[in-house]
Design a protein around this ligand. Structure first.
Ligand SMILES: Cc1c2[nH]c(c1CCC(=O)O)Cc1[nH]c(c(CCC(=O)O)c1C)Cc1[nH]c(c(CCC(=O)O)c1C)Cc1[nH]c(c(C)c1CCC(=O)O)C2
Length: 344
């Protein structure tokens, strides 16, 4: 009888240092791929694509076929959760997401957990389909946004530069803002629980705007809600590793890593490799952190940065990734060059 070998992603996440670190890329499916743009044009709106299991599965698999990443990430979006709670969410061409803003406890009347699963059910079917189609060595990552980051979109009504609306609410009326965060904690637990039941083997929490908060607010709105989500999921699924991505957390990466309960930590581009190897990788696996714009630039500078990151994290468990998502103008051949190096 042959002993089944575990998938490289799961080995790295359980703390194993691998000679060839596994890799995947945030936003590995998307507009830089011609086959995505072609399919996207046929799908209608972006949310229609997210809620079409056959097409969302196909988009998830596109980068895997081209580049053989060690993990596929469910094709969906963090704003599926506000949609599931009843907020109006739209993606406007060239504008990004637009939501009917929620800025007070009164506005929260439009949100409800009742009917949540029904409104996002298609995502669970997508997970099942991906799971059934992946090569045996490829792991499937489910995900959600973290409550703070999702709340920024919900309160601002879209992307933001200064976060005035969400911060005014969080600072000015923390008790009512906590109700929004609590609702998001509950929805995120239920949502990720169902993704695992459908076949997700790893979960990632995206806290893209963690880095805009001062320390006390970071503790209250980033670390604390993450702890609650991680603890609840660990209780239900003790063997499913959770990767946290508190983008921009700076020196607070250390406390997030030590206190949130996540199994592994995703590093943004600005985190120094040597610092992270000493301060973080000594206690948990790290993921990251190539600048996505190096994938636009390509050439010798890309090659040199890949080597620097591989060497810097070579002493412990490492998952090679970017410090943020693949950007739209990335030439696919640069991703091919990266994949060739990392598969070697
Ligand atoms: C903040 C955030 C969002 N969505 C996400 C985050 C967290 C990560 C990050 O910081 O980038 C997460 C996300 N969004 C998408 C995925 C799919 C899986 C993957 O390949 O990583 C994931 C994991 C697809 C997407 N999500 C979006 C697209 C582009 C939509 C299109 O095809 O028109 C894709 C492929 C749209 C989106 N979605 C969001 C914005 C701000 C935008 C508009 C900006 C943009 O267009 O890049 C919110």
């Amino acid at each position: 009888m042959t002993v089944p070998t575990r998938k490289p992603m799961l080995r790295a996440l359980s703390g194993e240092r691998l000679e060839r670190p596994p890799f995947w890329l945030m936003r590995q499916a998307g507009r830089y791929l011609p086959e995505y743009r072609e399919l996207r044009a046929k799908a209608g709106g972006f949310l229609d694509l997210c809620f079409n299991p056959a097409l969302a599965c196909e988009v998830t698999l596109q980068p895997i076929r081209r580049y053989g990443m060690d993990a596929a990430i469910l094709f969906s979006d963090i704003l599926v959760v506000p949609h599931g709670l009843g907020q109006k969410v739209a993606f406007k061409e060239g504008e990004g997401p637009v939501l009917d803003p929620i800025r007070s406890a009164d506005d929260m009347a439009m949100l409800s957990l009742d009917g949540f699963h029904g409104r996002v059910e298609a995502v669970y079917e997508t997970v099942e389909r991906i799971k059934a189609s992946l090569p045996p060595e490829t792991a499937l990552i489910g995900f959600a946004g973290s409550p703070w980051t999702v709340a920024t979109y919900m309160a601002e009504g879209g992307g933001s530069k200064e976060y005035v609306s969400v911060k005014r609410w969080a600072y000015g009326d923390p008790q009512s803002f906590a109700r929004l965060i609590d609702l998001l904690v509950e929805a995120t637990i239920a949502y990720l629980d169902r993704q695992v039941q459908a076949g997700a083997e790893i979960l990632q929490l995206f806290d893209s705007w963690a880095g805009v908060l001062p320390e006390p607010a970071f503790r209250r709105w980033v670390i604390e809600p993450t702890q609650r989500i991680v603890a609840a999921l660990k209780q239900r699924h003790p063997h499913v590793p959770i990767i946290g991505f508190p983008r921009g957390a700076g020196a607070l990466y250390r406390d997030y890593a030590a206190e949130s309960g996540v199994n592994a930590i995703s590093l943004d581009t600005a985190v120094p490799v040597d610092w992270a190897a000493t301060e973080l990788q000594s206690s948990l696996p790290v993921q990251g952190n190539l600048d996505p714009i190096l994938l636009v630039a390509g050439g010798a500078v890309l090659d040199a940065e890949i080597e620097r990151i591989l060497a810097g994290f070579a002493a412990g468990p490492h998952i090679f990734n970017l410090g943020h998502g693949v950007t739209q103008t990335t030439p696919p051949e640069n991703v091919e060059a990266l994949a060739r190096r990392l598969r070697a």
